[in-house]
Design a protein around this ligand. Structure first.
Ligand SMILES: Nc1ncnc2c1ncn2[C@@H]1O[C@H](COP(=O)(O)OP(=O)(O)O)[C@@H](O)[C@H]1O
Ligand SMILES: Nc1ccn([C@@H]2O[C@H](COP(=O)(O)OP(=O)(O)O)[C@@H](O)[C@H]2O)c(=O)n1
Length: 256
């Protein structure tokens, strides 16, 4: 498993980046709102769900049992993963070492940016993300990626960023919206599926994911942003305002 990013030269940054941790359930706007907010702040963006999706995609491609924690750990040993932290999102994976015979087409990096959004991957990804050992290894990769990014700041979004991956981040936000609003947003992206089917799939995935991490209740110190009645622009502005207020407060404190 290798670290990922195109944000800078790893290991050469004098200051660790300012972290903005954002969690929330599917369809709350994490990816899209976080990405636009990061652009406005001139920060990078790390979409952690993409790694779980990419791991599930790779395991399915090789024909591994996603419920088998040991098989997922063996895959991680041979897995090379990269994601961009700036600009258009690109996700690539490769499989080397002992597993490469089972996946000859993955010997060189393959771009799976589009494939990881497939409905089939969304339906299976919780089988991979439920394994504590997988989570620990991906979390360590996320921390290394951010620390070595060379960027002034990184917005990192997922399900357990505010609580596990970066509990000390100076800004921590939980984005929520009602299930109906989240399903309606997702249905807009999946024209082949009925809104009822999208709502059922989304609630089923949230229920499975919530067995492992709590992303519905803000942990102490985490700011709740309910986007149910906010449009996209208002949601982005709410996040940017929280980050700017924290930056101003930190500057004020350093002057005292
Ligand atoms: N506040 C909002 N108002 C309207 N649409 C939104 C809002 N937030 C997100 N969206 C749209 O909803 C869809 C799902 O958002 P996304 O960022 O993929 O959610 P998540 O990453 O939390 O699953 C996207 O099409 C996005 O553009
Ligand atoms: N920090 C994270 C991020 C994602 N995930 C898992 O990865 C899956 C895909 O995450 P995602 O953020 O791409 O999902 P969406 O909310 O965008 O649909 C989730 O359903 C979780 O199973 C996780 O367990 N922890």
């Amino acid at each position: 498993m290798t670290d990922a990013g195109n944000g800078g030269t790893p290991g050469t940054d004098a200051h660790p980046p300012i972290l903005v941790a954002i969690d929330g359930p599917a369809g709350s706007g994490k990816s899209s709102v976080s990405r636009t907010a990061a652009e406005r702040l001139d920060f990078g963006i790390l979409d952690t769900g993409a790694a779980y999706r990419a791991l599930a995609w790779t395991a399915r491609r090789i024909g591994l049992d996603l419920d088998d924690a040991a098989a997922m750990e063996t895959l991680l040993d041979a897995w090379s993963y990269r994601i961009t932290l700036r600009g258009e999102q690109r996700v690539t994976v490769a499989v080397t070492g002992g597993l490469s015979a089972a996946a000859p087409t993955l010997a060189e990096p393959v771009d799976i940016t589009t494939e990881i959004r497939d409905h089939a991957v969304s339906g299976q990804v919780s089988r991979v993300s439920k394994h504590p050992a997988v989570r620990e290894r991906l979390n360590a990769m996320f921390r290394r990626t951010v620390a070595g990014s060379g960027l002034p700041g990184v917005v990192i979004e997922g399900r357990d960023i505010t609580t596990v991956v970066a509990p000390d981040a100076p800004v921590r936000i939980l984005l929520t919206a009602s299930p109906e609003v989240r399903a309606a947003r997702r249905a807009g992206e999946l024209p082949g599926l009925s809104p009822e089917q999208v709502l059922a799939d989304l609630e089923a995935r949230d229920a499975k994911d919530a067995l492992v991490v709590d992303f519905f209740t803000p942990a102490p110190g985490v700011t709740l942003v309910d986007t149910s009645t906010l449009n996209f622009e208002q949601s982005v502005q709410a996040v940017v305002d929280i980050v700017r207020a924290a930056q101003n407060a930190a500057e004020e404190k350093s002057r005292l």
